[in-house]
Design a protein around this ligand. Structure first.
Ligand code: SF4
Ligand code: SF4
Ligand code: SF4
Ligand code: FES
Length: 599
């Protein structure tokens, strides 16, 4: 990498050629204030907050867009620069409503922070407070034009990160406003409720309806974790206050999603209304009654010990952590010699011996085949990457026999029996990427595999932790009917439990590990209450095969325990000794088995 040498505030600095003054300064710890700039977005130099003085330049320049050059001399806080920044701030504060004490973002607003930094306690211009309407039509967010500084971060985020292009700039001059689909109410626009704009807005112009006025940033705690809503495994930051989750945000540093989240990851968990199970339950006669953990576990161990391995079944959903899957295999397959062990939904086979690509890799590809997969509804953040790659010039070939929401973005649509044509076209491209899912199998997979090392491949798994469940041997034919005693690890999953119940014999003794009440838990002889996403620790493996940590954000409700803790206690009750000494040891053992999976 070619480097250039420059001086910033009298300090010698080396920076890669082509980087901006802002980046070069930041890398050596020199802070230049910004407002319209964001590291995940293309800089546009709109707000002029980052202006700096460069020797030899007639005017001040914007550090977020101006490239470094050899022997450049930069001043970032000279009197001329500070005067210009104050002017910008006075103009911004004099227009629209920036009465901070009545704003939800007060204490967490970049404009307010800049006001403090440059001592803006009054402004010499007459205030222009036109009354723009508030758009409150969106289910999750308000758009308060009166607090907007027209920095365009929301618009760029919607286009560049979510690739949805709902937001744009409407009207002219001082009447300019951010608007949806050329002046459509937000709630009836093409918005997919990803909340990227909410996370990017530096002021109180876009706010979250649910957590508004429930806690400033300084009053909240933040924990990084991994979304458990689909197999993408997006990095999240959970904001909590007094043991309540206030907000979920995308982790800008997460390699998988780079800050993006979908509606399901950002908002849905906050609107969960199912009833929790907070204490172990044991059936006596026809009634379930609350029991101690000791009682529930010893009853479960007795039930499992009353039959041979051939009469036991164990099933898991893909919500289980790596650690729980490892222990489930250890207890049932290794200790109890159970062969009827499986997963509620099957895995998508990973094409053996072929290079695995990441979502980020898609942005460098010139052609994408999406075969038997509809990420728009199933793994939305993956669809943001596909659409962004198309925006950047990649061609999308869609191979599916069903209706597919990626269709409007495809340059070619083929049926699954035409998949060889797709592979032939991709074979001519420089950097093809193949995204495939449960909709293809057999010959179709072999046709794709012909691309070999030329392409990158990514199998989008249907469930959260399906990759790990498959690697740990749960992807086989499980038959609930033949089990006299059935252990079902359900976790938070709800959709599949009714269907599972239909396959279970009336006489089967049922032990269920679950977080929420369902027809399955009501039918169970023993219920072992499990934590939900925000309460548990452990790890998950995403579709890329990346093992990622799940961190506890709030204390568990009632007496619930993490899925792996429950299984560890069950193993101890069955054998008389704990299977592992710590979560760290368990995570290492699980990870070794998952990453050693032969593909
Ligand atoms: S929520 Fe997402 S899709 Fe909707 S306007 Fe904001 S960035 Fe665009
Ligand atoms: S709504 Fe927020 S992010 Fe969008 S332009 Fe206005 S201030 Fe900037
Ligand atoms: S794409 Fe999947 S992992 Fe990412 S935020 Fe949405 S539900 Fe969560
Ligand atoms: S941050 Fe550089 S112009 Fe806005």
């Amino acid at each position: 990498m070619e480097m250039v040498n420059l001086t910033i505030n009298g300090r010698s600095v080396s920076a890669p050629s082509g980087s901006t003054i802002l980046k070069a300064a930041k890398d050596v710890g020199i802070d230049i204030p910004t407002l319209c700039d964001h590291p995940s977005l293309t800089p546009i130099g709109a707000c002029r907050m980052c202006t700096v003085e460069v020797e030899g330049q007639r005017t001040l320049v914007t550090a977020c867009t101006f490239p470094v050059a050899d022997n450049m001399v930069v001043q970032t806080e000279s009197p001329r620069v500070v005067k210009a920044r104050k002017l910008v701030l006075e103009l911004l504060f004099s227009e629209r409503n920036h009465i901070c004490p009545s704003c939800e973002s007060s204490g967490n607003c970049e404009l307010q922070e800049l006001g403090y930094r440059y001592g803006i306690d009054h402004w010499k211009y007459p205030a222009i407070t036109k009354r723009f309407p508030i758009d409150a039509t969106h289910r999750y967010m308000f758009l308060e034009h009166n607090r907007c500084v027209l920095c365009g971060r929301c618009e760029r985020g919607c286009g560049e990160l979510a690739a949805n292009h709902t937001l744009g700039l409407g009207n002219r001059g001082s009447d300019s406003i951010i608007n949806c689909d050329a002046m459509t109410p937000w709630g009836s626009s093409t918005c997919v409720s990803c909340g990227t704009c909410l996370q990017l807005c530096p002021t109180g112009a876009i706010s979250d309806k649910r957590s508004a006025f429930m806690g400033r940033d300084t009053e909240t705690e933040r924990v990084k974790s991994t979304c458990n809503r689909c197999s993408i495994g997006c990095g999240i930051e959970v904001a909590t206050r007094s043991n309540n989750v206030l907000r979920i945000e995308g982790d800008w540093e997460a390699v998988v999603n780079g800050g993006r989240l979908c509606e399901n990851g950002r908002f849905a968990p906050l609107f969960e209304s199912r009833k929790r199970i907070t204490k172990p339950l044991v059936k006596t006669g026809d009634r379930q009654t609350e029991a101690t953990w000791d009682k529930a576990l010893s009853t479960a161990a007795e039930l499992l010990g009353s039959v041979g391995g051939a009469e036991i079944g164990a099933v898991t959903t893909s919500d289980a952590t790596n650690e729980a899957l490892y222990l489930l295999s250890l207890i049932f397959r290794d200790n109890l010699k159970v062969s009827n062990v499986g997963m509620v939904n099957g895995a998508v086979p990973v094409l053996p011996g072929l290079p695995c690509g990441s979502l980020q890799d898609m942005l460098q590809s010139d052609i994408i085949i999406a075969a038997g997969v509809d990420p728009v509804s199933d793994q939305p953040v993956a669809s943001f990457f596909v659409k962004r790659a198309v925006d950047l010039g990649a061609r999308l070939i869609l191979v599916d026999d069903k209706e597919n929401e990626l269709a409007p973005f495809a340059s070619k649509k083929l049926g699954i029996n035409e998949i060889s044509t797709a592979a032939d076209i991709a074979g001519e491209a420089a950097s093809p990427f193949v995204l495939y899912g449960a909709g293809i199998a057999g010959d179709a997979m072999r046709a794709l595999a012909k691309l070999g090392d030329k392409a990158l491949f990514l199998a989008l798994q249907p469930g959260v932790n399906t990759y790990a469940a498959d690697a740990l041997g749960f992807n086989n034919g499980f038959t609930p009917k033949s089990a006299k005693v059935l252990f079902a690890q359900i976790g938070e999953e709800g959709l599949t439990t009714g269907h599972m119940l239909a396959g279970i014999d009336d006489k089967t003794a049922l032990i269920v590990q679950a977080s929420y009440q369902s027809p399955l838990t009501q039918r169970a002889d023993i219920v072992l209450p499990a934590t939900i996403w925000s309460e548990r620790k452990g790890s998950l493996t995403n579709s890329e095969g990346r093992v990622q940590k799940v961190n506890q954000a709030i204390k568990p409700q009632g007496e619930v325990k993490s899925d792996w803790e429950i299984l560890s206690l069950l193993a101890e009750t069955l054998t008389g000794k704990p299977p592992v000494t710590s979560l760290e040891e368990l995570s290492t053992l699980a990870q070794q088995k998952i990453t050693n999976k032969e593909i």
